[in-house]
Design a protein around this ligand. Structure first.
Ligand SMILES: Cc1ncc(COP(=O)(O)O)c(C=O)c1O
Length: 387
């Protein structure tokens, strides 16, 4: 028998299909083509100077050893204060676990609660890593086909169909990737209550909080202290590569999550943690909020422009920096469409199949993490090619 083999758990794990689009983008760029990137799911902004300087000071001052697995007490305190300022919600510092990004938070939340064979509800379309983290733990992802009718979010109505005895957890991302749509506080409460009756837990990924364009969102912690809340420095704080996020856990789960964190990661990056402390100063928050206004302007522009071209946007995204658009006026194969589009226009976008199986051949995702100038160029090239 072959000795070097992948585990069964990772056998079904697909690569990100957009990687192939990105590889083609790179090749075309080398050949001299100007590429407009609308495929990448990360802000085009970087950490403000004060944050960078805090990291440099940590390095120069030798503050580079391991921290506690739960994170620097000072950072956990800052995050707790942030909940009071942003949400008017008091969360005990002890319940805040600093993690390597939202990815680390999702991994810890799931590893702490889900057993081999358990079911975990994930939305389809939805953030693809959710199902893959679930699978890597030997649990079973259960895709819930969500549509524009329920804002591409889980709903109590959908739970009637999908919630069975073996469902241990459900993951809600709000605003969502890839749709940018949100679940209302009332619906989230109904979802939480329905799950509780089934003894299933709720994990709410709030990574795109701070990047909403109509109303400020409430945290799911307002509903219950039993909800696991995921967040990150990657998006609102523009720190993707720093690999830092956090998880708020129910009090009685702190110890188990601490043990898991000690064993799986030891501790999140110390340098990133010192930098992150500086994120919460008023000066930085003003910078982030200004960037949010820039994202809003881009969203407004792109939603209108794409609709005029003939893409169908069934729900106007309220947050994040994505538009999930129906491209069936142009194709019945959105994957192929992404390659045709980049070859003819240099516009790089992500095919729907990266986000699930639910009619994904009809959809593509546009990310507006690019300047207005570039978005305008992209739109005019698409107009020329598609109209
Ligand atoms: C919904 C969602 N959750 C989690 C993540 C992971 O983010 P992080 O960089 O914090 O690990 C992403 C990244 O795109 C995301 O879109």
């Amino acid at each position: 028998m072959e000795s070097v083999m992948e585990s069964n758990r990772v056998g079904g794990m697909e690569e990100f299909h957009v990687m192939r689009v990105m590889a083609l983008a790179e090749q075309l760029e080398k050949e001299g083509m100007d590429i407009i990137h609308m495929e990448v799911g990360e802000p085009d902004f970087r950490a403000p100077d004060a944050v960078k300087n805090a990291a440099i000071s940590a390095i120069e001052g030798g503050a580079t050893g391991y921290t506690s697995a739960l994170g620097l007490p000072e950072l956990r305190e800052k995050i707790s204060e942030y909940y009071v300022k942003r949400y008017n919600y008091k969360v005990d510092n002890n319940r805040i676990v600093v993690t390597p990004g939202a990815s680390g938070a999702l991994l810890l939340a799931l590893a702490a609660t889900v057993d081999v064979g358990d079911g975990v509800l994930v939305t389809d379309p939805g953030y693809p890593c959710n199902r893959n983290i679930v699978r890597s733990l030997g649990a079973k992802d259960i895709p819930v086909a969500v549509t524009a009718t329920e804002n591409y979010q889980l709903s109590a109505g959908l739970l009637e169909k999908y919630l069975t005895a073996d469902v241990r957890a459900a993951i809600v991302s709000t605003p969502s990737n890839p749709t940018g749509t949100v679940i209302s506080a009332e619906e989230l409460l109904r979802v939480y209550e329905r799950l509780s009756v089934n003894s299933s837990i709720l994990i709410v990924d709030e990574i795109y909080h701070g990047l909403t364009y109509e109303d400020d969102m409430e945290t799911a912690l307002n509903i219950s202290d039993d909800i696991f809340v995921v967040n990150s420095f990657s998006k609102y704080f523009s720190m993707t590569g720093w690999r830092l996020g956090w998880l708020v856990v129910p009090s009685k789960m702190v110890n188990v999550v601490e043990r898991l964190s000690q064993n799986l990661i030891i501790a999140p990056s110390t340098i990133a943690q010192y930098a992150a402390i500086a994120c919460f100063e008023e000066e930085q928050i003003e910078i982030y909020d200004h960037r949010r206004d820039i994202f809003k302007e881009r969203r407004d522009f792109l939603v209108k422009a794409l609709t005029e071209i003939g893409f169908k946007i069934e729900v106007v995204p309220e947050g994040a920096f994505y538009i999930y658009a129906d491209c069936s006026l142009f194709t019945n194969d959105s994957y192929q469409f992404c390659f045709d589009l980049i070859k003819h226009t240099g516009v790089a976008i992500t095919p729907g199949k990266d986000f699930g199986y639910n009619n994904s051949h009809k959809y593509v995702r546009f990310a507006y993490a690019n300047s207005m100038k570039n978005l305008r160029v992209g739109v005019s090239r698409m107009k020329e090619y598609l109209l």
